[in-house]
Ligand binder design. Structure first.
Ligand SMILES: *Cc1c(COP(=O)(O)O)cnc(C)c1O
Ligand SMILES: [Zn+2]
Length: 409
């Protein structure tokens, strides 16, 4: 049973049938999925949701596929961690981490969007999945294509981290490194997509892909005991996640699953690629594209597809945007590891570093219920920190040697 009514242009409101398309033919605005919320409200109660398995599919009616999912069945429902130790360091008494660094199966929040996109692509009859990726999407597309028995093509900037490349190639996908930045890869893929009839998850399947992100927000609200937080801090690349978290809270409000939503949404970027936060800080309506230069490669998008909406949701919700330098990103990764025992990738370091700044600025209040979006796994970006942590001391297996060493540890 599906509650999808079709697609709709976010700008001019023109309606389209449910098809693998993502741009309005009339005004070039992005297309979004339309749902029958009255129908959903009748079947989707808190009790119904709670009775279902702990995966992203417990919000089934709000994910735009018509038939039962056949791949990515175990994705989502990652831990929401109370972060008392980190909170103490940041001066926040009510701090939580939504920890998608352990999302099944490829350890980033991209497993949510890919699960939605691949199932939809199958419904559309595609046998080949493709993407332009900064790394995590590549991992997830390749893994889900393998599990689904579909072919896959993955396009990445040629200079990504070793683990992001290996963690894609292992699934026997066809991986192509492009000489250029993600924005070059993305532009190139739009061209490829006009010739090759593939399901590009973040191009022609983008409206369906994007709605996979919403499950990150649904889970936060449910795990907080059916309420939206006061503040959420989210790393921003193309601006899909930040806009969809907010949409998720608003949908839950509309469905009567939670009370009025007053969540302030904060955008986090690396200073070396901060088109969205720079626009927010300067009061611009839209961003100016930039050329990325940062260790936070997973969020290094200089020309973000939904950047305009990311700016609007941050400012419109009463939130803000901040960015952190590469050394501050490394400090953020180390701070989270030291205080909470969670090893996140560079994007997570951005979120923690930005949260620290926002708390110091008083933009996040001391006692506000705040959730940090930890979206990826540290073991995938070891290059970023390997030279900033001490190497282990090596000794002979002799007690006397260790006793001497122990005095210096
Ligand atoms: C892709 C990604 C994001 C943000 O993606 P959006 O394009 O803004 O939705 C955040 N963190 C990680 C680790 C990612 O891979
Ligand atoms: Zn339009």
């Amino acid at each position: 049973m599906s509650f999808v009514l079709g697609l709709k242009c976010r700008e001019c409101g023109r309606e389209y049938p449910t098809e693998p398309t993502h741009v309005c033919e009339f005004c070039f605005g992005p297309l979004e999925v339309r749902y029958d919320y009255d129908g959903i409200k009748r079947v989707m109660t808190r009790q119904v949701i709670e009775s279902r398995p702990a995966t992203m599919w417990r919000y089934r009616e709000l994910i735009p596929i018509d038939t039962e999912p056949t791949v990515g069945l175990h994705n989502g429902f990652t831990p929401l961690v109370r972060a008392k130790n980190l909170g103490k360091e940041l001066g926040l008494t009510n701090l939580y981490l939504k920890n998608d660094s352990v999302c099944h199966p490829t350890l980033s929040f991209k497993d949510r969007v890919v699960a939605a996109a691949v199932n939809k692509a199958r419904e559309f009859g595609y046998d080949t999945i493709a993407c332009a990726s900064t790394g995590n999407l590549a991992n997830s597309v390749a893994a889900h294509a393998a599990a689904a028995g579909m072919k896959s093509y993955v396009f990445i900037p040629h200079d990504l981290e070793q683990s992001k490349i290996l963690g894609t190639s292992i699934y026997n996908t066809k991986i192509v490194g492009i000489k250029g930045s993600y924005d070059d890869v993305n532009r190139f893929c739009s061209e490829v997509a006009t010739v090759f009839k593939w399901a590009f998850v973040n191009i022609n399947i983008r409206p369906f892909y994007g709605d996979g992100s919403k499950t990150f927000g649904y889970e936060i609200a449910e795990q907080l005991g059916w309420r939206a937080p006061d503040c959420v801090v989210t790393p921003v690349a193309g601006s899909s996640l930040i806009t969809k978290i907010h949409k998720a809270f608003k949908e839950f409000e509309q469905l009567g699953l939670i009370g009025p939503v007053k969540t302030k949404v904060f955008a986090a970027q690396a200073t070396g690629c901060s088109p969205v936060t720079t626009a927010i800080k300067n009061g611009w309506d839209d961003f100016k594209p930039v050329k990325p230069n940062t260790i936070a490669k997973s969020i290094a998008i200089g020309n973000p597809a939904d950047g305009y909406y990311g700016i609007r949701v941050a400012r419109g919700s009463g939130g803000w945007g901040e960015d952190v330098t590469d050394p501050e990103i490394v400090e953020g990764i180390k701070l989270l590891a030291r205080t909470e025992g969670i090893f996140t990738e560079t994007a997570g370091g951005v979120t923690v570093g930005v949260a620290q700044k926002l708390a110091a600025q008083g933009r996040i209040g001391r006692d506000e219920l705040t959730v940090l979006s930890i979206t990826g796994q540290g073991l995938k970006t070891t290059e970023a920190v390997v030279n900033h942590i001490p190497a282990p001391v090596v000794i002979e297996p002799k007690l006397s040697v260790f006793e001497e060493l122990h005095k210096t540890l």
